[in-house]
Ligand binder design. Sequence first.
Ligand code: NAD
Ligand code: ZN
Length: 362
Amino acid sequence: PAVHVDLSDRSYEVIVENGLLSRAGDAFVKAGISFGNIAVISDENVAEFHAETLISSLETAGYKTSLHLIPAGESSKSMSHVESVCRKMIRAGHDRKSLVVALGGGVTGDLAGFVAAIFYRGVPFVQIPTTIVSQVDSSVGGKTGVNVEEGKNLVGAFHQPRLVLVDPETLRTLPDREFHEGFAEAIKHAAIRDGEMLADLAALDAESRDVPADLIARNIAIKARIVETDEFETLGTRALLNFGHTIGHGIEAAVPYGQMLHGEAISLGLRAALFLSQKYAGLDAQHAQSVLNLLDKFHLPLVLPDSISTDTVLEKLSRDKKFAGGKIRFVLLERPGVAVISQTITQQDLRDATEHLRTPLS
Ligand code: NAD
Ligand code: ZN
């Protein structure tokens, strides 16, 4: 399947097909990519499994490539890696006529996208995501950037890709924990926009790496439709994608670095948001429970460890959230597939919801 992302002169196709990585060169030609020089950016893990397949496909199609690796892991999403990748690209002969390709997860995509946004004041780029998180979420939408000491994703640019190629078969080499983590975002998409997809996710074998291309494409379509209405997050619609992310980010920031994956923190954040949705948006208990069951099925955490204090979570989350008149903007679920932005959540509500995460699942 394919999803068209309609953003006037920044429109592009997302193609989702098993085995697509080995046909990337043809897909580039079909998409009209005429740039001769391609800088492939990847991380050391991903490159070991998948770089050769991609590069030989691109070279066979007539493109000239160079490969630039970053170490695997979130700490590569930094300004110093942006600088070193840019300098290596210049030394490899790239210039403003080059194209950047991101091969990897969200870390590679965010970094390579930002490099593309600023290299020679901006060159086009192609996303080839290889994790669930990046396939269903980060490769589409044009948010690129890096972390700084003061916080995650605080420096970056909007820069839409020219093309996104998703090969679900690349997920076969992904470690279990990173595989399951990504489903937090898929469950989030289903919850806010597609109640039926909750049932489809529930029917999936959580241990099988044969994730249907169609399911990934439907996730991308949800993200695409939201991005199309609010590309630069000025209207608020795009904020719906933050469902589960307010308290989730607080938890992520409260945990010592590296102990909890983003999707794991978001799983807890989703449980907290479901709790508040029941209280303030009329979500019925049975629907909330079905989302919790789904998170549990993908081995995502739902109980907050005692080692993480509620005060720390609240302190971390209020750093990047604005409280106006004691209230915060917060995404609530009315029913499966229908999310709303509420202006009524208070500090005390956030505290109650975080405390609720200490209770065992019923
Ligand atoms: P990641 O890129 O770090 O990948 C996770 C791990 O899996 C890494 O160790 C990587 O080397 C490895 N890996 C990736 N693909 C593999 C494969 N096919 N086989 C074997 N190993 C593989 O992390 P992620 O979860 O993909 O992305 C997280 C990042 O995405 C965060 O920095 C987050 O801020 C960002 N993000 C961005 C957006 C956006 O809109 N731009 C949205 C969501 C998340
Ligand atoms: Zn997320």
